[in-house]
Design a protein around this ligand. Structure first.
Ligand code: NAD
Length: 315
């Protein structure tokens, strides 16, 4: 198939490109590199089934030739990024989603939107099933991400209804793995970076807030299975193993054999207290559930971070 992946140079996008390339597809990777790195796509640079287009998808998109799929992953995703880039985040999830949907409609392609567990906001229902409408503060600092993803879901659903576009919506819960940016402000990358540098591990609040972390290879498998399943309503993709942030900090400290201390800082505004996916639908429709144990995924991620340190120091 000929597949356009937006946000392809990012963390999840580049792993998805690896998988699609390994399955023999033709991949057009589109990215404006606002939070991604071209290095992530380097292994495919000289392949004839691969093209890179440097483009901001919030502007009109032109792609020559036919397309079988448009997979829309472009968007800042780490809280540090979207708090620094609020307007770009709102635009890529609204205008960018509109442009990519229009492109898919024009090409007769299928469409997949990467949405997020953040559409549930600070949830009042645990675990979160897809039928839960969420608890989001539209004008809080996180609103730029949460509300624009909610808008993106509404727009994708409208294209499905009005234009009969063959769409998929996945709600991704916290994901980690190699190629997270070293200090991009996400929980796992922060802790590993701090532990390896011998800096104090920063826990926000008392660390009792929970997250459910899925390894990137599991998520990519879920994305590919969703593409192969004819279902248009949102599907949660996440790991139902819930851990407190303090447990994660301690585990990373242990796995890195770090002597760093753990320090506590005030909880950011609207930080969700609990995050736990109900993945019944993914299990039933896709036959999918995460396979990677947290310890194994963290070991892979730590090894990758360790390999990056000499490169980062040499720059
Ligand atoms: N990583 C997670 O835990 C997680 C959780 C929920 C949802 N998601 C969603 O998955 C997608 C990928 O997230 P990620 O973790 O890989 O983030 P990332 O920041 O590593 O990747 C996003 C990519 O999109 C690109 N991009 C951003 N705006 C763009 C624009 N206007 N035009 C073209 N490219 C643009 C960036 O340069 C980057 O390469 C995002 O849509 C995100 O909302 C991720």
């Amino acid at each position: 198939m000929r597949i356009l992946v937006t946000g392809a140079a990012g963390f999840i996008g580049s792993h998805l490109v690896d998988r699609l390339m390994s399955e023999g597809h033709y991949v057009i990777a589109m990215d404006n590199l606002i939070t991604g790195k071209y290095d992530n796509l380097e292994p495919h640079r000289s392949e004839t089934r691969f093209e890179f287009i440097h483009h901001n998808v919030s502007n009109y998109i032109h792609v020559p030739g036919h397309l079988d799929w448009v997979v829309h992953l472009a968007s800042p995703a780490s809280p540090v990024d979207y708090l620094e880039l609020p307007i770009q985040t709102l635009k890529v999830n609204s205008l960018g989603t509109h442009n990519t949907l229009g492109l898919a409609a024009n090409k007769g392609a299928k469409y997949l939107l990467a949405s997020t567990s953040e559409v549930y906001g600070d949830p009042e229902v645990h675990p979160q099933p897809e039928t839960y409408w969420g608890n989001v503060n539209p004008i809080g600092p996180r609103g730029v991400y949460d509300e624009s993803k909610r808008f993106a879901e509404a727009l994708t659903t409208a294209y499905n209804h009005m234009h009969k576009l063959d769409t998929r919506i996945i709600r991704i819960f916290n994901c980690y793995g190699p190629r997270l940016r070293l200090n991009d402000g996400r929980v796992v990358s922060n802790f590993i970076y701090q532990a390896l540098k011998g800096e104090a591990l920063t826990v926000y609040g008392d660390g009792s807030q929970t997250r459910s972390f899925q390894y990137v290879a599991d998520l990519v498998d879920g994305i590919v299975r969703t593409m192969g399943c004819d279902h248009h309503l949102p599907i949660n993709l996440g790991n139902p193993q819930e851990k407190t942030v303090l447990e994660i900090a301690k585990l990373i400290k242990e796995l890195t054999r770090s002597r760093s201390e753990i320090v506590f800082k005030p909880l950011p505004i609207d930080d969700p207290r609990r995050r736990l996916p109900d993945i019944t639908k993914a299990r039933e429709l896709l036959g999918w559930e995460p396979k990677t144990q947290l310890v194994d995924g963290l070991k892979e991620t730590i090894a990758w971070f360790e390999a990056q340190f000499p490169k980062a120091a040499a720059r």
